[in-house]
Design a protein around this ligand. Structure first.
Ligand code: MV4
Length: 470
């Protein structure tokens, strides 16, 4: 056996991603500790980990978001590295900084880089300086209404107001003229203040129904940065992704190569290390514009793993240990097509109302080209404290059509009883002709929901169990 990369890794997360990180640790021969909240004591990650320590009560502020609790758990168990997963403290520069100070390797980018990318105005300035295309907009936050109106006229209406500290679409407002801007700027600012404790907002040209295409990058501490591939994540509901795919459909070779090259240039300019994602909006003419950079492993990373053959979490760990990326980028031509459906504990027939309760029976789909990343098991109780993700169904096929057919097969096999979930909604997406034609954009999900009168029999919320034959 070669020398392990780390002595022991602290997994500072829960749910499917805690399991995903644990699996990477196992594959690399590194022992792992799961830090869990009281309500997660019977979780799969806790059962499968080498060690588990309780980091606090159910409330996220007292456990998964509690830096002193997470750090102490890592220290008392003798961990020399910490993986934050996604959400919670994953993009907290302060946690990365403290890790450094107590001699724990943070498995992610350097604290300064997390901090810069967390400030959308700084991130945009850096990317603009690197020559990454950007929508016309203000360089930094707008100081007052007068400055905002002047900027908006120069940019041209419609414009969008966004929080500098934001991301994920919270607190965005679209203004079509001076009067709307006058009305909406103070609203956006107070919303930003409430949500992020920072009221600064910037303004840029608004694109209607763009696509959300993002690029997965990996950077190492030797200055190498590669683009692993792009994902189309346009299918979102209230800024939550519901279906993602790789590669992005209907993207010309020229645009794709330009997009990947641009992402590498942007990440290099930030001296980026670890796995990261640059988000772009793509218009119907194939022009793309930088939105923001995420400095974590993302929920949808498996589709890129399926089309690239790389284990992205293992690469995060290797890179954190100082390894060089020795990947032949010529081999990064995407292989086949991959789609992910995020099955959530939400009832699509009841306006996606989240629900909690005990899963009586869970039967995961399988067969060729099907991967399920999930922390579910029969008898598992979905706690009310966290997000509603139950399972990620990921398929791979040699073509997009084959991937869709495999997703239909997988959704049909999936059994989750005891609570309502979003599987019927995903079946409606797969059956939709526009989706099948690859006509995806950020208006797709709202339009699909408007077309299908949910609540009817097309949206039964529990997987029917077929009658057995004698
Ligand atoms: C935009 C936009 C149109 N024009 N910016 C939402 C999340 C955030 N990361 C960026 N978002 C948007 N920014 C301009 N200038 C439309 C959206 C947007 C969106 C983007 C990606 C996926 C789904 C979306 C749904 C609504 C709005």
């Amino acid at each position: 056996m070669p020398e392990p990369l780390f002595r022991k890794i602290m997994i500072a997360n829960r749910g499917e991603i805690a399991l995903r990180i644990l699996r990477a640790c196992r594959d690399l021969g590194i022992p792992a500790v799961v830090g869990y909240s009281a309500v997660d004591r019977d979780s799969l990650a806790v059962r499968l980990a080498d060690e588990a320590v309780c980091i606090g009560p159910d409330a996220v502020a007292k456990s998964y978001n509690n830096i002193p609790a997470v750090i102490s758990a890592a220290l008392i168990t003798g961990c020399d590295a910490l993986h934050p997963g996604y959400g919670f403290l994953a993009e907290n520069a302060f946690l990365a900084e403290i890790c450094q100070q107590v001699g724990i390797t943070f498995i992610g980018p350097r604290p300064e880089v997390i901090e810069k990318m967390g400030n959308k105005a700084i991130a945009r300035d850096m990317m603009r300086a690197a020559g990454v295309p950007m929508l016309p907009g203000t360089d930094g936050p707008v100081e007052n209404l007068g400055a905002a109106r002047q900027a908006a006229r120069k940019i041209g209406y419609p414009v969008i107001i966004k929080a500098v500290a934001g991301g994920g679409g919270r607190g965005m407002r679209v203004a079509n003229d001076d009067a709307e801007l006058t009305r909406l700027l103070p609203l956006a600012q107070s919303e930003a203040d409430n949500a992020f404790g920072d009221n600064s907002c910037y303004i840029e040209r608004y694109l209607s129904h763009p696509r959300h295409v993002e690029v997965q990058v990996l950077g190492d501490s030797h200055g190498n940065v590669i683009a692993v591939g792009e994902r189309d994540c346009s299918l979102q509901r209230r800024h939550q992704k519901v279906v993602e795919e790789a590669p992005a459909p209907n993207l010309s070779r020229r645009v794709r190569e330009n997009l990947l090259r641009t992402a590498v240039r942007g990440a290099k300019s930030a001296s980026y290390t670890s796995a990261g994602t640059l988000e772009f909006l793509l218009d119907s003419d194939g022009r793309f514009y930088f939105m923001e950079m995420n400095t974590r492993i993302q929920v949808e990373h498996p589709i890129t793993e399926e089309t690239s053959g790389l284990d992205l979490v293992a690469w995060q760990i290797r890179i954190a240990a100082g390894h060089k990326i020795d990947i032949d980028t010529r081999q990064l031509e995407p292989s086949g097509h991959s789609i992910e459906c995020r099955i959530t504990a939400e009832d699509a027939s009841k306006d996606f109302r989240p629900n909690t309760g005990t899963i009586d029976l869970f039967v995961a789909p399988g067969g060729p080209g099907v991967r399920v990343d999930s922390h579910l098991f029969s008898g598992y109780t979905v706690p009310p404290n966290y997000d509603s993700l139950l399972a990620k169904i990921i398929v791979h096929g040699s073509t997009r059509d084959e991937a869709i057919a495999r997703m239909e097969r997988a959704l049909r096999e999936t059994v989750i009883t005891g609570i309502s979930h979003s599987t019927p909604f995903h079946q409606a997406v797969m059956a939709d002709q526009r989706f099948r034609d690859g006509e995806v954009h950020t208006g797709f999900v709202p339009e699909l929901l408007a077309r299908s009168p949910i609540g009817n029999d097309d949206f039964v919320s529990e997987t029917p169990i077929p009658a057995t034959t004698a």
